[in-house]
Design a binder for this molecule. Structure first.
Ligand SMILES: [Zn+2]
Length: 331
């Protein structure tokens, strides 16, 4: 679990939160908005720990007291994190966490309710929460997280103090990844670039290692080119197991096909994203023509956009992979 002072990027938000804890002037409800995977939940937990800490230092948690340890081990009785259950947050789930709201906190501090993906609340659930937001018990704090705040009820929005998270600039993200995970600048560069400023996606890219993910994308492209429909569906199912990783793979797949196009058009390997795979790229490029490669790149980009806009990952991948399947054999 991270301290506020350790968070990569988001300096304006972090500064505000540190000042909030240090001054003790805490609102009853916060809404953290910003792109998915950018670190809203990590920051929310760090903020909650700082607020619950019995000996905060300069607005941040001490990390040593009983409260800090309880938050770290996810067993602080006054911190309640709503767990997702299906695609919507139902009224029963909101009722269940609000049951604690009218009572005093167990440990004499605040009671904190953290609601990730708050836009998934049904209208009933949001109205139920609104009743408490309108007259919050004194020691109660809500932190709502949302990548799509426009989907929240205006009445809920107006009760929350808003903290806006921006995508983290690639150089800052790369430097942070290098420092936190002991990567070289070179290893951190590609995930930072591919992640679109999202820490979550960058981490999905380096889980295993970037080299592994690139190799996997290369293998996927080779298999797809020769796959029948059934095999394409199997590949889609396997790739869809993790949404973040699927998005990362699609991004790298675009680079792979772009490399084929670069080689086909220029015969140069100096501009390739995957210079270490230049041999496969040369071999494979001969199986496609440029027009088809452009279509493929566009189709992958469109599928990626759909998944990012919350389409079903598996369905989007199935449609895409069926389109890419068997292209090598037919050319
Ligand atoms: Zn502490």
């Amino acid at each position: 679990m991270r301290f506020l002072r350790e968070i990569i990027g988001h300096r304006p938000v972090i500064r505000t939160l540190l000042n909030t804890v240090a001054s003790g002037r805490v609102a009853h409800a916060y809404l953290f908005t910003g792109p998915e995977g950018v670190g809203k939940e990590t920051v929310a937990l760090a903020f909650a720990r700082a607020l619950l800490c019995s000996r905060p230092v300069d607005g941040d948690a001490c990390g040593l007291c009983r409260e800090c340890r309880q938050v770290e081990h996810h067993n602080h009785p006054d911190l309640c994190v709503l767990q997702p259950d299906g695609n919507t947050i139902k009224i029963e789930q909101i009722r269940a966490i609000l049951r604690r709201a009218p009572y005093r906190s167990y440990q004499g501090g605040r009671k904190i309710f953290l609601i990730p993906g708050a836009e998934a609340m049904t209208a009933e659930a949001a109205n139920c929460l609104l009743k408490t937001l309108e007259e919050p018990p004194g020691d109660t704090l809500f932190i709502l997280l949302s990548a799509r705040p426009h989907a929240l009820l205006p009445t809920v929005l107006s009760r929350c103090q808003r903290c806006t998270f921006q995508a983290i600039p690639a150089p800052e993200l790369a430097a942070g990844l290098a420092a936190l995970y002991g990567l070289t600048e070179e290893e951190a560069h590609l995930p930072a670039l591919l992640s679109g400023g999202s820490m979550g996606k960058a981490l999905a890219c380096i889980s295993g290692s970037t080299g592994d993910t690139r190799a996997e994308a290369g293998r996927l492209a080779l298999s797809l080119g020769r796959a029948g429909p059934l095999e394409a569906l199997e590949l889609a199912e396997k790739t869809a197991e993790s949404r973040d990783r699927a998005l990362c793979l699609l991004e790298i797949l675009i680079c792979w096909y772009r490399d084929l196009l670069i080689w086909l058009e220029s015969g140069e390997t100096g501009f390739l994203y995957n210079p270490d795979q230049s041999e496969e790229i040369r071999r494979e490029a001969g199986c496609y023509d440029a027009r088809r490669l452009v279509e493929i790149i566009e189709a992958i980009g469109a599928a990626k956009n759909k998944i990012e806009a919350n389409a079903n990952t598996r369905l989007a991948l199935e449609a895409l992979f069926l389109r890419l399947a068997g292209l090598v054999a037919t050319v």
